[in-house]
Each structure stands twice: as structure tokens, then as C-alpha cells.
Design a protein around this ligand. Sequence first.
Ligand code: CTP
Length: 402
Amino acid sequence: MLKGKKILLGITGSIAAYKSIYLVRLLVKSGAEVKIVMTPSSKDFVSTLTLSTLSHHPVLTDLFDEQSWSNHVMLGRWADLIVIAPLSVNTLSKMANGQCDNLLLAVYLSATCPVVVAPAMDEDMWKHPATRENIKKLESFGNKIIPVEKGELASGLYGDGRMAEPEQIVQFITDGFSPEQNKPGALAGKKALVTAGPTYEAIDPVRFIGNHSSGKMGIAIAKELYNRGAEVTLVMGPASVEFSANGIHLIRVVSAEDMFKVCNQVFPRADIAVMSAAVADYTPVKKANQKIKKKEEQFRLELIKTKDILKSLGEKKKKGQVLVGFALETTEEKKHALEKLAKKNADMIILNSLNDAGAGFGHDTNKITIFRKKGRQISFGTKPKEEVAKDIVDTIIRFHYA
Ligand code: CTP
């Protein structure tokens, strides 16, 4: 994939630097030649010995040794691509302002090749107007920004700012080198939003209400939309399956409220939205700050309805946007599916009945019926979830983009 490509990896002082070790391994495995330049503070987070061993090159850190002049200019010229991952808020600010107080910044300023950065910081820093300004500046220089992910942060808080996973960074780089891989399909130029997995509703710091959704169906749909050329954002709850984003913009969330917020932010720019997540319908009224001790013989948990994401998007839906929902039913399947289609203002409802063998949670297969407006319906046989995803995307294209 990256055979023969010369990649200069810059590592800066961020806790996410531990992911750089795996990133180097993946880049080398993909056939790239990797040289590493570290900022002085990044050495507190990962060892140069590990990185030099994995990259098969000495790791460079100093600007002021006797070879420094040739180092930065020649390194900048040597590389086909500079990747800075993680990019700390401090280095971002220096890059945006042309500062040059370490070797990595000197290489960056003298480089003639493309530059890709993967920021990593706490949410408050990420959202600060100064950071937003600096990111805009880097974009205006032609540098490419790999989007941050939402998730648990080094501070212990939860939010935006996590560095993209190494697999995602490698995919971003690979796509950049071979744009023909993003083969324009029927959905080229379209933006899609997909939800997947369960949501967890906290009861106290150690307990939650969840469900058995694996996220497999939503992941398969996201991949299929991407294969047809769409730009895909996948909003995924705490699903158990492994997922390497491969060009898909992955946003991880935990609760129904988190998923609601992210979807409402993304939806206005989406052409297609497929809500396949098994969102909790109820959440505890009170979330205890401390672990609840077992005192009483009986314990009552008061629950309140979560916001219905699909319904809220249905209310905001504009002409040209395609909204697809799921229904998992056990009785009067067709009636309930059609009610959901109308109530949530969806264009399609995909029904999977728990009465069908091989359908629903946990299985690698599914059996669906797609309901459209005016009672139109198409039924499919039991198939692997990847094939089901193809049927769903085919149906979207057939009725909205053919
Ligand atoms: N859904 C959602 N937000 C919620 C609950 C559900 O977006 N808070 C979406 C699901 O992702 C799915 C569809 O709504 O696409 C159907 O979900 P389901 O839970 O089956 O339907 P409900 O309307 O909640 O009805 P019921 O629980 O009675 O089946």
C-alpha cells in the first residue's frame, strides 16, 4: 500500500504519543520507510529506543548538533510526506505562527512535501478559539487535518480531542497517496451519517443500562456507503466489535444524549442518514456521583425517556435528505414498522423481526424487510450483514439517486 513511500513522522508531547509506536509498526508493515523526529517534551511519553528499533532508523530530536542545518533541510526534502501524530496544542500553535525552536518545527518549515497532522488534546483546548484559529491557519497552508475523535481523554473527561486511531491515520495517508482508491461510485460527493451499537445510560460511576447490540449492522452499512463513494461519519456507541475506521470518520459516544447531540450537529450537512443504533429508550432520572451502596431490600430506579434521535432528525429533514431508521419488533411487525415510518418522518424503515432465525442482535446474519412510504415493501432473505448492507444501500440508491 505504502511501498517505497518515505514518511517522516513527527511526535510531539502528548499522552497520545503511546499510539505512535503502533503507528510506526503499521506504516513499516505497509511498506513505508519511516524516519522519526521527536520534540524534546515527547521523549517523556515514549522512548526513542522503541521507536528507533521499530523504524530501523535513529530517532532525531536535536536542532542544535553540528549536523542540524543539513538535518532539517535534507529531512524535509527526503520525505514524500510529513505526518505529525500526535500534534499537541503547543506544536500546533508554533506551526501556525512559524516558530522554530526545535528540529521538528525546522523540518516542518523547510519541507516541500505534503503535511498531515493528527491533533490530540483535551476538549476544552480543542474548542478554544485560539486552537480553532490555528487549525484554520494550518488548513490555509494546505496541511491536512485528520479529524479528532470523541471519547475518554487523558484528563478523565469525555469529549472531542482524542487522536485518531493508528489504523485510521494509515488509511488517511494511503487514501492521500492513491486517491483512485476512493473510487467514485453512485454516492460520490454525498455525505452520509450512520449510527451503530448500543448506548450506555449511567446509573452511577460503575453501573449502566445497556443492551446487546454489537454494532455489526451499522458498521457494515457505513462501510458499504463508503465503498459507493460517500463521505461517511459513523457515530458509534460502546459496541464490543473491533472496527478500523478505514477512511470513515468515526465518532465514539456513550449515552443516548451524546449520540443525540452529535447526530444533530452532523445531520444538517448529511445527504443520507441511517440510524441503526439500538438507542436506549429510557435513562435514569438521576445519575449518582458515587457508587450506590446496597442498603434497602428493594431499590427503585426512576427512568425518563431519552430523546428520539431518528424522530428529531425527521422533524429537521430538508428536501433531498434521505432518512432511514430501523425497527426491531417481536409482534405485529409490519404495523409497528409502518407506524415508525410515519411517526419519525423517515423515508425507509428497515424491519428485522426477532421471530426470524438469524436476525437481530449478536448474529452475523440478518433478515430484513424495507418499508417505504405508501405501504411499499421489499423483503430479503437471511444473509450475512455485509450482504444486507449492500441491499440497504442498493435500495437507497435505487429510490433516491438512480
Ligand atoms: N431511535 C433513536 N433514538 C431513540 C430510540 C430509537 O434514534 N431514542 C431509532 C433507532 O436507531 C431506530 C428507530 O429509532 O432506527 C427505532 O427504534 P425503536 O427503539 O425500535 O423504536 P421506538 O420508537 O423507540 O419504539 P418501541 O421502543 O416502542 O419499539
